[in-house]
Design a protein around this ligand. Structure first.
Ligand SMILES: NC(=O)c1ccc[n+]([C@@H]2O[C@H](COP(=O)([O-])OP(=O)(O)OC[C@H]3O[C@@H](n4cnc5c(N)ncnc54)[C@H](O)[C@@H]3O)[C@@H](O)[C@H]2O)c1
Length: 347
């Protein structure tokens, strides 16, 4: 197995991507309307859960992929197959440092601490990745005149007062709450993405993922689906915060990646919600996991201070602009995820 933990440089006649030293950089490379095939795609956060699925899909269609990741949450075993592919390179780097990836044809930006447990432990890192990291990734796209796709989040809607959430809803975010750094990091990322579009005429797209789940979520992931599956397979209780009346809409990762790539390949700006509109209460989700796993039991514990009460995307825009909609029923997705976790790969 070839592990490339350092940047595999590609030939470039351009200077490193640093706006401070290259003030006229962006006039050099107008955006190409025609996508090249195969293309070289830079994926920040590419070693993470969604990132590894995306890199796999891009490699399968013939693209060259560079995944930039500091491996703070990424898992090397998840990269085994990717690292065996000659068209895949791993740059082990913090996204808040200037990025020298060489020429690229598209940038997908998703590097940031994710999940309540990680974000509350690393609030400043979260803000830095959302702000400085996003600017660094945008600078790569601007330097090479490529399309830039920003993965925002449904958390941009905060504890929503509108249901389901459509993209024009501006949200109900508390910037001082424990997870406010994540929400505001994503809001900054969206603002920065639009700023580069306006000031540098960059082709940009923003998608807002709603709870994505599936194989590839590791045992140390404290998000709701891997937590429930871990608890159920161990024959333990599934802890329900606040009684489990909160709703979530869970999108199977393969569906999500299809929507992401549709947005990447389009010239749409968005923002576009990408997720599932099959809404479920957390209690129903827990009971489904117990049923599929064949073990475990449900227990109610006090609610978290900041747990959004409802979450469901309005997918009208995604259907219209991207001709995309999720196709995997929740039960099917949970069955596949439990089956993967049973193999022991999630450990
Ligand atoms: N999975 C979901 O349900 C969901 C929902 C909404 C939004 N999103 C967004 O989708 C993207 C991917 O999420 P995921 O579920 O794959 O999470 P993940 O934690 O598995 O992936 C994030 C990756 O970013 C890397 N990373 C974190 N900080 C970094 C830094 N400073 N420099 C370089 N790499 C860094 C981590 O090591 C990890 O591999 C994120 O932007 C997240 O905000 C995900």
């Amino acid at each position: 197995m070839a592990i490339a933990l350092t940047l595999r440089r590609r030939p470039t006649d351009r200077s490193p991507c640093d706006a401070a030293t290259s003030p006229h950089l962006y006039e050099l490379a107008p955006y190409r309307e025609e996508p090249m095939s195969p293309r070289h795609v830079l994926v920040t956060g590419g070693a993470g859960f969604i990132g590894t699925h995306l890199c796999t899909a891009l490699l399968e269609r013939g693209d060259h992929v560079t995944a930039l990741d500091d491996l703070s949450a990424g898992h090397l075993p998840a990269l085994d197959e990717l690292l065996d592919n000659d068209r895949f390179t791993l740059m082990k780097q913090d996204v808040t440092e200037p990025i020298d990836s060489g020429p690229v044809d598209a940038v997908v930006h998703m590097a940031i601490p994710v999940g309540p447990e990680v974000v509350t432990r690393r609030p400043i890192d979260t803000l830095r990745a959302g702000s400085i990291g996003t600017l660094n990734a945008l600078n790569v796209a601007a330097e090479h005149g490529t399309r830039f796709l920003c993965l925002s989040s449904s958390e941009i809607y905060g504890d929503p007062l509108v249901h389901p959430q459509h993209e024009d809803y501006r949200g109900n975010v508390d910037p001082t709450a424990p997870l406010g750094c994540y929400d505001e990091g994503k809001r900054f990322a969206e603002a920065a993405t639009f700023a580069y579009r306006r000031q540098h005429d960059l082709s940009v797209g923003i998608i807002r993922p709603f709870n994505v789940y599936g194989p590839g979520m590791y045992a140390d992931d404290r998000r709701v689906v891997p937590t429930f599956i871990r608890q159920a397979l161990a024959g333990n209780t599934l802890t329900l915060h606040g009684g489990g009346t909160q709703t979530r809409s869970l999108c199977y990762v393969d569906d999500f990646v299809t929507g992401l790539i549709a947005m990447l390949d389009s010239t749409e700006t968005g923002p576009v919600n990408v997720g599932s509109d099959e809404e479920t209460t957390i209690r129903d989700l827990a009971e489904l996991v117990v049923e599929v796993a064949g073990s475990g039991a449900v227990e109610v514990v006090p609610g978290r201070a900041q747990d959004s009460s409802v979450r469901c995307p309005d997918l009208t825009r995604a259907r219209k602009l991207l001709s995309w909609a999720p196709t995997t029923p929740l039960r099917t997705g949970i069955e596949r995820t439990v089956a993967w976790a049973r193999t022991g790969q999630a450990a």
